[in-house]
Design a protein around this ligand. Sequence first.
Ligand SMILES: Nc1ncnc2c1ncn2[C@@H]1O[C@H](COP(=O)(O)OC(=O)CCCC[C@@H]2CCSS2)[C@@H](O)[C@H]1O
Length: 373
Amino acid sequence: MLIRSNLRRVGLLSVSCSRRIAKFGSSAKQGLILQSSSNNVYENLAVEDWIHDHMNLEKTNVLFLWKNLPSVVIGRHQNPWKECNLHLMRKEGICLARRRSGGGTVYHDLGNINLTFFTARNKYDRMENLNLVIRALKSIEPHLNVQATPRFDLLLDGKFKISGTAAKLGRNVAYHHCTLLCSADSSLLPCVLQSPYSGIVSNATPSVPSPVRNLSQVDSSMTCDVVMDAVSLEYSAHYNNKPSVKLIDPKDETSFFGISQKKRELSTWEWIYGKTPKFGVATFFKIAYKESLLDVKLTMDIRNGYIETCSIELPEYWIPQDLSKELQDGLLGSKFCPKETTFLLSTLLRTCSQDEDVCAKWNLLSEKMVSIM
Ligand SMILES: Nc1ncnc2c1ncn2[C@@H]1O[C@H](COP(=O)(O)OC(=O)CCCC[C@@H]2CCSS2)[C@@H](O)[C@H]1O
């Protein structure tokens, strides 16, 4: 009860959620630091959403610190097939997440820190936040050559990116979030962010690739924990607060009423893939069958992640035209997704043909089609 009334007094809680949140404590007057106990990218993005939607940031700013298990996080208006290697990610168990903010694609793992600075919209200032991060880094290593660029990256030695920025501006609330590479897997990072898919025609926001570096490569003492502590200290000092970090659990519905629904939304295929801006695929592939090598042209339009048009150009002698038409029509309205397409194509084949030769060719064609998804 005391905690709740204190929180209301410092203006942290909006009226709508003051009854639902009870566990943040009361120490922060102007700058509250929260750290997630979860490494689940969807849960952590849901915390961002929740704070954005429910907290009253008139008098209190919030810094949210979080880390994720290996994940690729694309911007709100991006095309994942253009930005990353989805096959490799599936193989390695790397999550794909779409965030609410715009901008490019980044790789996260437990060697990468994420910092989200929440303020009232009129107090939103990315350079001020980045300068705070720079001060924190220099408090660990005074000789570190780190600068913020006009596009709000942090560069080491003028060329290696250690931090990328994105932001979301709400009506009253804004947040600026950025990454900080301490000891991420630098060999996996470029591989997962390299798309193997060719022939995608899209107006989606492209990423701006840069050479990256981990802070721990420069100074081995710059681990995630040390860097997070330094940022927390600097943030507290900025607000004249006693340093204190509140550990929060994104699964705690009592404190964050409605958060599991937010997590569910962020984890759906419809949000992650379905929000991709409309795009086209125009690609050629070669299929080797027995002694022959066949050229196939595939064109598709994909809207909201679903196949809207599909044309497969291949010679009639290879697969009967009516069958190839069935194949193209069967794909219309289905998800541009390897699982669904594999299932659909094998079901179609069972109903359309028993011929062994045709089946073998169809399977080769299916494999190629699925390989672009
Ligand atoms: N973790 C990380 N940190 C810094 N730079 C990275 C990282 N991963 C990849 N990159 C490099 O940045 C470019 C993309 O740069 P680009 O400028 O296109 O995009 C960004 O920086 C977006 C930053 C989003 C930050 C959010 C904060 C919380 S959730 S994600 C990529 O091709 C790599 O070269």
